[in-house]
Structure formats: C-alpha cells, structure tokens
Ligand binder design. Structure first.
Ligand SMILES: [Zn+2]
Length: 182
C-alpha cells in the first residue's frame, strides 16, 4: 500500500512542521515580547498607538512617538521619557488584564520647568522638583478600571512612586524612589 504510506508520511511531515513553527514562534515571543502603548491624551484629544520594544530592543520610532505623545501639552516642550516608565505602564496594564490596544487616559506626563513652576505656585500638591520634570512620571487612568485597582496594581509592582488622586481622576506613577501617597 505505497500510496497509503506516502500520505501517512506526508501527514506526519506536515504535522511536525506545524509543531516546530508553533514552538519557534512561542519561544521568540517568550524571549522578547513586543511592548506597545495606546494613549488617549485627555487634554488634546490626540490618540497614539506605538510599539516601542520588539525583537529584544527598544525601537527609536516608537519611543519618539511616545515622547511626543507625553510632551508638555501646555508649552509643546518634549523630553526623552524614561523607557522604564513606559515598561511600568505596560506591566500595570498587563496586571489588570487590559488589552494592549486599549488606550490609557493620559492626564499629564512631561512638565517643563515653566509649567511645573506655575502649577507649584497654584497647588501645594505639586512638588517643586517633580519627577514629571525628569520625564519619569505620568498621571493616568484606564477607562473601565476603577482607580483603586489601578493604584493597587501600580503599588504591587514596587517600581517607584505611586500617588492616588481620586478627586482628580488619576493615579500618578513614576520611576523615582519607592514611595506612595494619596
Ligand atoms: Zn503626577
């Protein structure tokens, strides 16, 4: 029955190839999963969806897009945002089982010295040497996720500062020293 043998061998080869492909792609994604951020800027209405890490390294185009997205919207000033802050947002989002394509609501990120000085003069809650000025902080919310869950997810990562602002509708996260406040 040569025909039957052939077809059986073909079937086996095909099945093995599919298994190898699946194992390879699984290994590739485990080694360097892609990292992306979708953002909705609450001040300007702009939307961004950028892949900033792929194939084991940070991507310049994705980082540039996010630096722009997270600029000081009042003055237009940009700064290189700390990539660890972007990673932190990805981890917070993953911990909450939120899809990578669902936009985070961006309330504030980089603040130029001018903007921070003005805000500091108005409110004692704004630090004069803010992590926002270093490109290491952002104030965010996730539509559909209660703020205290967002805060708890950020706290559980123990990756920096976490501030809880329920009246303003956001959680502050930064990659500075480990601390928290509300
Ligand atoms: Zn903040």
């Amino acid at each position: 029955m040569p025909n039957a043998l052939l077809s059986r061998r073909d079937l086996l080869n095909g099945g093995t190839a599919a298994l190898v492909m699946a194992a390879l792609s699984e290994r590739a994604s485990a080694r360097s999963p892609e990292r992306r951020l979708a953002l909705f800027n609450a001040n300007t209405g702009e939307r961004y969806d950028a892949c900033f890490f792929a194939n084991g390294r940070y991507r310049a185009d994705g980082l540039a897009e996010l630096n722009h997205a997270m600029r000081d919207w009042r003055t237009g000033a940009t700064r290189t945002m700390d990539p660890k802050l972007l990673d932190l947002l990805v981890h917070v989002r993953d911990r909450l089982d939120v899809s990578s394509h669902k936009p985070l609501r961006l309330v504030s990120a980089y603040r130029s010295p001018k903007t921070n000085g003005r805000m500091h003069a108005r409110s004692h809650g704004v630090a004069s040497k803010s992590q926002h000025m270093l490109g290491k902080a952002t104030d965010i919310a996730i539509p559909g996720v209660h703020l205290n869950r967002l805060r708890d997810a950020a706290l559980s990562l123990r990756a920096g500062g976490v501030g809880y602002y329920p009246h303003d509708g956001f959680v502050h996260v930064d990659t500075g020293a480990l601390r928290h406040w509300s």
